[in-house]
Ligand binder design. Sequence first.
Ligand code: SAH
Length: 504
Amino acid sequence: MFLTISTTGTHERPATDLGFLLHKHPDKAQAFSTSHGTAHVLYPEASAERCTAALLLEIDPVALVRRGKGKGKGRGGAPDAALAQYVNDRPYAASSLLAVALSTVFKSALRGVCAARPERAAEPLPLRIEVPAVPARGGAELVRALFGPLGWTTVDVRPVVLDETFPAWGDSRYVQLVLEGELRLVDALRQLYVLLPVLDDAKHYWVAPDEVEKLLRAGEGWLAGHPERQLITNRYLNRRWSLTREATERLELVRLAEADDIGVEAIDNAVDDPAPDDEDTGTAEKTEKTEKTVSLADQRREAILTALRDAGAGSVLDLGCGQGQLVQALLKDVRFGKVVGVDVSVRALTVAARRLKTERMSERQAERVALIQGSLTYTDKRLKGYDAAVLSEVIEHLDLPRLPALEYAVFGTARPATVVVTTPNVEYNVRWETLPAGHVRHRDHRFEWTRAEFRAWADAVAARHGYAVRYVPVGPDDPEVGPPTQMAVFTIAATDTKKEEKAA
Ligand code: SAH
């Protein structure tokens, strides 16, 4: 069984860069042993203009049988089951085994990393992918329905005839698949990694709990919005109900976030980082200028850290942690023994994990930190029992009618002793010359509050849930319009703590 990946190029942007992206040199034929046979990577052509990499998997059917996993499902009740174990489609059809080989051989490419050609890895390439025999359970129509919405300009699916000498026998269960289009290599590989087993629908290995994680990671950016996501999820997880349900719920969160346009690539600080310089009218004092060289985001993080240290917090939740900058800063201080980042966006969490290098952390460090996916508008048992929670530039990303749900989940249910909330001060926007009048600082901000509006909300929240609240300006505190960022520090009222201790 095999597949080929081809690209075209020019002298300046040679097609042979494909070798860097796949982490496999075009001049070498390489072999890798996998649990089901040997995987070969070779390049039938490799010039600046055209380059093709082929992945060839030589299955050892006997090894498959020994592992007791070669049978698959739906073999039409072969009369001689013992023989069918040895004589089956495994050796030549691009089944889930090919997906496993893909993930073994192109591990780094599937993660999208390419130190040698980072810019090429990040950009779409003209790609042509050919798989001569895909087992298409669900028919050619399903193959089109699966690859159709994924950005390819051509999805060519041709039924493979059962036997060329006897055309009357009709088509086999296999199709030849050719995909053409401009996609990032990593996206193409991730699609194949998920969809080949889905089309095979006879996963040969035991579906482990971390399959959900694998599916979500490989499905990043394309699965949540896919019209066939339910079928993909069911088949990929071998219809294991509990896993399917978990995956469906998590994909739904991602889909909602995407529909809400909670994009993380541009999220926040798009305007408010460079702006403090624009605000400089030339009359500012020198000391103020020094202050301005530290970005507002940095000042905000410092202010939050100070509030948490003052509160004596040892365990901290960073709610809506985004790409994990605050989590990273918290980990640098040993006073924070446990730091948990929560976000609805898998994408943000992936970036955060990369930033924190969670995979390479020492065991001790890894125990201090966790990144979890969750939505802050739903109560969540996992958020109980922490000393403090931070909502840094998060509330303004929620539609106002959803804010009471967040209030209930954080102040009513999780109830940490300290809650730090920051949000832009809309009054300050006039100080930013780059910001057209009446505009918010970021396209995803659903609202921006004046100081009075923020205080009205925070005072009411504190009163409803038994907290005291104080306000801290972040950034230059303008005598007229106040600071660019406003921060509220909530502390649970002492009597409340006692009441709760008694109740517990
Ligand atoms: N705290 C970070 C990121 C702020 S951007 C910082 O200060 O820089 C807002 C973040 O909130 C995004 O990462 C977004 O995905 C997340 N978010 C928005 N609505 C959410 C919700 N309902 N549940 C969980 N996270 C949410």
